[in-house]
Ligand binder design. Structure first.
Ligand code: ADP
Length: 467
């Protein structure tokens, strides 16, 4: 059972981790695919906006302005840099119109607001009639000229496509001869998506939300199942312990009873009245012991709702002193019994029988679990009556402290010596104190003794105080 449930828990945790990793991977993949799809869609929308006769004619106009400046360059009137600047300025002069047109197109095609477009001249080469070539812009230099759109750093852009154009221009050179120059021009289109994670996240928000909810749901389900499994395991262990304990407790009186009955039915007892009387006394004692054992199980199993209190106003100082007086008579000489009982005249409503049962149960435990110095204290703080019972016995581990008030709970015999008991005493105490609308707590460390605190509010006769 132990190995099986441990395997089950490990299996469940591993499956949960595997499932979460898979879910994380799939979500990430979906995110990636969505990003890709978004880029493709945006690219195609931009394509639809800029591949139009209007944009073509704009581009044609600034290219022609540039072409017209080539003879001046060839004839040495302007430098290469000035020629490039002519192209840039010609494009710039038309950019206002272009941007307006792009905005309208973006509205029409429902393009996200933070997607930008630019066109650059990435390479320009002039080839003269004599075969001479002149590179105005070299593509590999990666220093293109911005033409139209919104300028942004190259490394932030995604290429939409590139476009080539070739044109022959005839002009008169410095020698007054006609010359033809071939212009090889290449433009590249880029787009930039600002804050693109936010856009994709917005689009996938519902998916992420459902995935997150499912994840939380599965984790809760697994945690709940594991906790339930552990609880059931614990209950089953506690029940087995209880059956072992009660069998053990029943064995001794039953064995004594059977010996006494044998003696009583033997011929010695028939001939000897004294022997018969001793056997009858033994039978009576064992019968009483068995009766007590059964009463203990029946009574101590009562829940606080089943406990019907007969509340009467009493002075707890006197009452606790009386309990201590009686209890001290049962103690052997090697046990030191101390008291620190505040003398008050305050009264509180309690059931004397039940409250004394609870206090005596705790005192008995203090002795049973090897306490040699016991101390009972009583005080009233902020209308709460506090009874504390301490011992210097074996103490209780941190783990068990939370469990000792549970029904049938006993600290495992592996961890302690074999102390007699059914694991009902503290459960019964806590139910009695609950019925009084109070609380019971323990402070303890292993091998350092324990202190039990019973706290009963002064107004405990009012309804709905503590559940
Ligand atoms: P029982 O005494 O019959 O075992 P209880 O319900 O009275 O059952 O106590 C539950 C468990 O709490 C005990 O088995 C013991 O391990 C622990 N315990 C209770 N009182 C003390 C104490 N004073 N010192 C150490 N351990 C204690």
């Amino acid at each position: 059972m132990q190995i099986k449930s441990r395997l089950l828990i490990v299996g469940a945790i591993i499956s949960l981790i595997a499932l979460s990793t898979l879910q994380g991977y799939l979500t990430f993949n979906t995110y990636d695919l969505r990003k890709h799809k978004f880029a493709v869609e945006s690219r195609s929308k931009i394509g639809s906006i800029v591949n139009t006769p209007y944009v073509d004619s704009l581009s044609w106009d600034y290219r022609m302005d540039f072409v017209k400046k080539i003879p001046e360059y060839r004839n040495g009137k302007i430098t290469k840099e000035q020629l490039v600047l002519e192209l840039e300025n010609a494009a710039k002069a038309r950019n206002g119109k272009f941007l307006e047109y792009f905005k309208q197109g973006a509205n029409h095609f429902d393009l996200e607001e933070n997607i930008y477009f630019k066109k650059v001249a990435s390479s320009i080469q002039l080839i003269y009639e004599n075969g001479e070539t002149d590179d105005i812009i070299i593509e590999s230099d990666n220093n293109p000229s911005f033409l139209i759109g919104t300028d942004f750093p190259m490394e932030e852009g995604l290429i939409i496509n590139a476009w080539n154009w070739s044109f022959d221009e005839e002009f008169i050179n410095n020698n007054l001869e006609k010359e033809i120059v071939v212009i090889k021009y290449r433009a590249t289109l880029y787009m930039k998506i600002d804050d693109w994670d936010r856009i994709i996240f917005k689009q996938l928000m519902l998916l992420f939300f459902i995935a997150f909810l499912l994840f939380v749901f599965v984790i809760s389900l697994v945690t709940y199942s594991i906790r339930n499994l552990l609880k059931l395991k614990r209950i089953s262990e506690i029940k087995t312990d209880f059956i072992n304990n009660i069998t053990h407790e029943l064995k001794t009186p039953l064995a004594t009873l059977s010996i006494a009955i044998k003696t009583l039915s033997s011929k010695y007892a028939k001939d000897n009245n004294d022997i018969a009387q001793v056997s009858i006394d033994t039978i009576n004692r064992q019968n009483l012991r068995l009766q007590n054992l059964i009463d203990q199980v029946v009574d101590n199993s009562l829940g606080y709702n089943d406990i019907i209190l007969n509340l009467e106003p009493i002075n707890l100082s006197d009452f606790i002193n009386e309990i201590c007086d009686d209890f001290s008579l049962t103690l052997s000489n090697n046990i030191q019994f101390l008291r620190s009982i505040e003398n008050t005249t305050t009264q509180v409503k309690v059931d004397k029988f039940y409250l004394s049962t609870a206090i005596i149960n705790i005192l008995n435990n203090a002795v049973k679990f090897e306490g040699t110095v016991l101390k009972v204290a009583y005080s009233i703080k902020k209308d709460i009556h506090i009874i504390s019972i301490s011992d210097n016995g074996i103490g209780i581990s941190k783990k068990n402290k939370k469990l000792i008030f549970g029904k049938f709970f006993r600290v495992s015999e592996k961890d302690t010596h074999n102390y007699k008991g059914l694991g009902l005493g503290l459960y019964y105490c806590s139910e009695i104190i609950k019925a009084h609308k109070g609380t019971i707590e323990v402070e303890s460390n292993e091998n350092e003794g324990s202190t039990f605190y019973i706290k009963i509010p002064s107004n405990n006769d009012k309804k709905n105080l503590v559940g």
